[in-house]
Design a protein around this ligand. Structure first.
Ligand SMILES: *[C@@H]1O[C@H](CO)[C@@H](O)[C@H](O)[C@H]1NC(C)=O
Length: 308
């Protein structure tokens, strides 16, 4: 009965940073005088999702096979079998930071894929609809992730969320976690597929070239990464977060907008560039894939740790 929205904190953080940045320019000494506070996500003593976890993908609306492969390869790159693991920086090395949260590794495998090509409950969904869809396919140690196509409207999509995760109760009253991520390509790429599209507000740096050549779906990977990290480290509102349970800052939302070192509001940070395609990335995955993943908060250092 809870769902965490991503992006709504974004604007207020952005304003805060812009104000801070402005003050720093006005008085350069402030930068050296003010030590950044360590960021602390408090652990609330509840269960996290650890051990073997299946992720079922529920494709709601139309996706091409190429689009689905970008997302499936990303998920399969989280916990790859040893001989296939690419050298860091990789999707697997990014995911390993979740092991620093109490309880050891969360080993992700892709479970079922369910195709709802023909919009069985329409093209406008809210949280109740999401829970209903997730409920149908839920199982133990499974996260159902609903992926909505670019022509599906979702309550608060683009306004204050690009994806979300939540939980509800299953058939025997057991809690289960689910997630949602939407393709923002035609609705709000500047909000939900940044830094691959020009932002609606703030500094207008040129967009980065999307690593898999699909602005909407590469943006979905960023938001899916955010949802996955938030789900395993705060599945039932009693995990790690900062702030209030209804508006929490979690593993990745606490680090919003950071992709590489030297990031500041409007600038994603320094990342790697593929010499052939000119695309930006910071993590290698299986099948020769490249992805751009957001920084994750590391409990060991209490900092947001970009991969590069
Ligand atoms: C979602 O929409 C349905 C009608 O389609 C409505 O019955 C339900 O209460 C709505 N849920 C929320 C959380 O607004």
């Amino acid at each position: 009965m809870a769902s965490h929205n991503y992006c709504h904190i974004l604007l207020s953080l952005l304003l805060l940073f812009v104000t801070l940045a402005y003050q720093s320019f006005a008085n350069p000494r402030m930068l050296s005088l003010v030590k950044p506070k360590p960021l602390v996500l408090k652990y609330r003593d509840g269960v996290l999702l650890k051990g073997n976890i299946k992720v079922n993908l529920i494709w709601y609306g139309k996706f091409t096979p190429a689009q689905r492969a970008i997302i499936v390869d990303y998920l399969q790159s989280l916990s790859p079998k040893k001989p296939h693991t690419p050298a860091p920086p990789s999707v697997a090395s990014w995911w390993r930071t979740t092991e620093n949260y109490k309880g050891g590794p969360s080993i992700i495998t892709v479970g079922k894929q369910i195709f709802l090509h023909s919009y069985p409950i329409g093209k406008s969904l809210n949280t109740t609809h999401m829970e209903d869809i997730a409920f149908k396919f839920h199982n133990v140690n499974t996260i159902n992730v609903i992926l909505t196509a670019s022509d599906v409207l979702v309550e608060d999509f683009c306004m204050n969320r690009c994806g979300s995760h939540g939980w509800t109760r299953g058939k025997k009253g057991m809690k289960f976690a689910y997630g949602w991520v939407g393709n923002s390509a035609s609705q709000c790429p500047g909000v939900c597929a940044w830094p691959f599209a020009k932002p609606l507000v703030g500094p207008q740096i040129p967009p980065l070239v999307a690593p898999n050549g699909d602005v909407g779906v590469d943006g979905m990977v960023v938001n899916l990464a955010t949802v996955m990290a938030g789900t395993v480290t705060n599945p039932f509102d009693k995990g790690y977060f900062m702030g209030t349970p209804s508006i929490p800052l979690e593993a990745v939302t606490a680090c919003r907008g950071i992709f590489g070192s030297g990031a500041f509001p409007g600038f994603p940070g320094r990342v790697l560039v593929d010499k052939v395609t000119g695309s930006s990335y910071n993590a290698k995955g299986l099948n020769g894939r490249k992805y751009l993943l957001p920084a994750m908060w590391d409990p060991k250092t209490s900092t947001c740790k970009p991969l590069v």
